[in-house]
Design a protein around this ligand. Structure first.
Ligand code: MN
Ligand code: MN
Length: 450
């Protein structure tokens, strides 16, 4: 809708927006997968004086925990006053390598993939891909893999079928089957080898270059992500196009807000929780249904000499709030029919306040209470931060969810908010630089003042 007077470009200096955007572009280019995002943030936290929880010997004001290298919680201030959290996720839709992926067909070596999260499969064919992650040898030695990350590296691709042989009467979606999503690894045979010589040559290269054996793929987390650099988009360079805005953009804005928030004695603490596995339902021990952040909070309480940490934790959660920080959609000018214009975010109008998520009759929704929405709106207005109401789309068209409901279940007063994207879940998502910056400003004042 674009609230009157809320256009960010009218109120912020372009240089300020560009400065924040440039730092973000460096991050999003590096943080291709959840592990890399977490290691980037750990370094930022340590530079700002945060201490890892297992290194703490006294009561400390800035403490963090990294869980399984894929999720993180960090807190600044005294948690006994309650905590204002930004909770975001660092996993993004992509193609994982299967457990036993390599094979040879038609004298070409290939590897089988398994799509992760809500992907439109056709978007991943004929696109340069990088292979990123870790391989763990049976003795525990970890090999970091980032093939296609450097401009000099080769990349991988799932070649699409030529249009000449593609039957016109088939529906588009029927062409794109998970079993056809196999990346090309090479085509040179190993000399003197009769059985699968091309695959054997690939295995030899993997051994020589990376010390990876075929069986090692069994104990690996390997993801294929677009081998694309973040770029400014549009003649006015108002957008940033990149892979993985959902939801590393909110993770970045949240961490920057935490680092720059001014928290004084007696005030609520500020925190960030970064989850993995949001895109597949917040599952597992690194997702939002895991309890690692509760264990972390209990540790902080014990550190402060509180012995009945479980009961104290209930009191703290009751005093705390969570900004469930995730991207929403912008009104797509070419698909206006899926949006409710009154409740659709527009580029450049600031952070989207999402009162509720879910689908149909609010199935699976997390809905913020009117009282919390009022406090958030009041703080944003008082600080001159642009915001806009945002729902995903027309009620019967579709919907979605975030980590919000899992934190709400724990008793946190929770609200969804974040910047809008165009082309969400695609290999090259767009965000307005103005919304990127304004969302960071929103998170910062809310961490300080909620
Ligand atoms: Mn998301
Ligand atoms: Mn998503």
């Amino acid at each position: 809708m674009g609230l009157k007077g809320h256009l960010v470009w009218d109120k912020r200096k372009r240089e300020e927006i560009e400065e924040f955007s440039n730092e973000y572009k460096k991050f999003i280019e590096f943080a291709k997968i959840e592990r890399l995002a977490i290691s980037y943030f750990e370094e930022l936290l340590r530079k700002s004086g945060f201490i890892r929880v297992d290194e703490v010997t006294d009561v400390e004001d800035q403490v963090y925990l990294v869980n399984r290298n894929k999720s993180l919680v960090a807190i600044k201030g005294n948690i006994e006053n309650g905590v204002n959290f930004v909770a975001a996720h660092v996993d993004s839709p992509r193609l994982d390598l299967r457990t036993y992926p390599l094979y040879e067909e038609a004298d070409i070596a290939l590897a089988k993939t398994h799509y992760y999260g809500g992907v439109k499969k056709y978007q991943w064919f004929s696109l340069p891909l990088a292979l990123v992650g870790v391989v763990v040898k049976e003795d525990g030695q970890k090999i970091d893999v980032c093939i296609g990350c450097d401009g000099k590296d080769p990349v991988f691709v799932l070649p699409d079928l030529l249009p000449h042989l593609d039957k016109e009467d088939n529906k588009v979606s029927e062409h794109f089957k998970a079993e056809k999503m196999n990346i090309i690894l090479g085509s040179i045979p190993l000399q003197g080898e009769e059985n699968e010589p091309v695959k054997k040559n690939v295995l030899k290269l993997l051994k020589d270059k990376y010390n990876i054996d075929e069986e090692d793929f069994v104990s690996a987390d390997l993801e294929l992500v677009p081998a694309l650099k973040p770029r400014d988009v549009g003649i006015d360079s108002s957008f940033i196009g990149a892979y993985g805005h959902d939801d590393k953009i909110c993770a970045y804005e949240g961490v920057m807000a935490l680092l720059n928030a001014q928290i004084s004695e007696g005030q609520k603490a500020a925190g960030v929780i970064l989850f993995d596995k949001e895109e597949i339902g917040s599952e597992g021990d690194s997702g939002a249904q895991a309890r690692f952040y509760r264990a972390f909070l209990r540790k902080l309480l014990k550190m402060r000499g509180i012995s009945d940490a479980e009961s104290a934790l209930d009191d703290i959660i009751a005093k705390s709030t969570v900004l469930s920080a995730d991207v929403t959609t912008l009104q797509d000018p070419s698909y206006l029919e899926v949006h409710d214009k009154l409740n659709a975010a527009k580029a450049g109008y600031g952070v989207g306040l999402v009162k509720y998520t879910g689908r149909g009759g609010k199935g699976g929704a997390s809905e913020a209470h009117a009282e919390l929405v009022a406090r958030v709106r009041g703080i944003l207005n008082k600080n001159g931060i642009s915001w806009q109401p945002s729902l995903l789309g027309k009620v019967d068209v579709g919907g979605g969810g975030t980590v919000a409901k899992f934190l709400a279940q724990e008793g946190f007063d929770t609200i969804d908010m974040g910047p809008g994207l165009l082309g969400m879940h695609s290999p090259f998502e767009l965000v307005s630089k103005a919304d990127l910056y304004e969302t960071y400003l929103a998170f910062k004042v809310l961490l300080e003042q909620l």
